[in-house]
Design a protein around this ligand. Structure first.
Ligand code: NI
Length: 265
């Protein structure tokens, strides 16, 4: 882009600001996000302690909202005590969803039956509290879809974060009430399948995210990721959809406000 284009503030729909990668310079990271026109950041927990930290950041920064839950990697930490503490934590008004939960059969850091149990438990929390759910799915597409259907996980809507599946699955997930979120990998050279999905699904179901500190988009791949970089995902989407950055910013921010029930300002 040669001309600096005016656009609505972007929403980074999935960031781990509480990660220790940001321990020494979070205030500067937040300043750069503001300078890059990132209006809201959804900070996602991956176990109980990082969920508590997400809530505390959401109280510290007015542009941050929290999502609380236990990642499939940490599924083995979700016992009855943690479930009741998550219920209490999720009632905080700054908590906009439950997650990230789901299945990760790529790294298998918790046993698969434990991952499935933890996923179902968190779908129940979201249902009981009338909140959407944020789902992580790696190499477990069919089982994730089966559980979503069986447990009606999309009854309060939800987000498939860092989408890596194919087009027919995305269409099935949208029917179940899910939004499809794209991260840095959309900008990678080998992203043919993801590019196809991002090019073809309806724009009113697309979110953008960083998943920072991971998954840094091109042209910064290899560096630490941070919310300011979500603009590269938005630009890639604009190029694929032959839209302006302003149109992509408007629509993806509207979508994020809808799914997470955020104020549109
Ligand atoms: Ni994540």
């Amino acid at each position: 882009m040669t001309v600096q284009e005016h656009f609505e503030p972007l929403i980074d729909s999935h960031a781990h600001l509480q990660d220790r990668a940001f321990a020494s310079d979070l205030p500067q990271v937040m300043q750069r996000a503001q300078a890059a026109n990132i209006g809201k950041i959804i900070c996602i927990g991956y176990d109980y302690d990082t969920s508590v930290e997400a809530v505390s950041l959401a109280h510290q920064y007015q542009q941050v909202y929290a999502v609380v839950g236990v990642h499939p990697h940490d599924a083995k930490t979700l016992n009855a005590d943690i479930i009741s503490k998550l219920y209490a934590l999720a009632r905080d008004p700054r908590v906009v969803a439950i997650g990230e939960t789901g299945l990760d059969y790529y790294r298998d850091l918790s046993p698969r039956d434990i991952q499935r149990q933890a996923f179902v438990e968190q779908i129940k929390i979201a249902a009981e509290l009338n909140k959407p759910i944020v789902i992580h799915d790696r190499d477990a597409h069919q089982e994730v879809l089966d559980i979503i259907k069986k447990e009606k996980a999309g009854r309060n809507q939800g987000v498939m974060h860092c989408y890596s599946g194919h087009l027919p699955l995305a269409i099935e997930l949208m029917k179940e009430g899910f939004y499809i979120s794209f991260a840095g990998p959309l900008t990678y050279k080998n992203a043919r399948k993801t590019v196809e999905v991002a090019s073809r699904i309806t724009l009113d179901r697309i979110l953008i995210e960083t998943d920072c500190p991971y998954l840094t988009p091109e042209p910064l791949r290899g560096k630490r990721n941070e919310p300011a970089h979500v603009v590269y995902v938005a630009q890639k989407l604009a190029q694929l959809r032959q839209k302006s950055l302003a149109e992509i910013a408007y629509q993806t921010s509207l979508n994020a406000c809808r799914v997470f029930n955020l104020p549109q300002s």
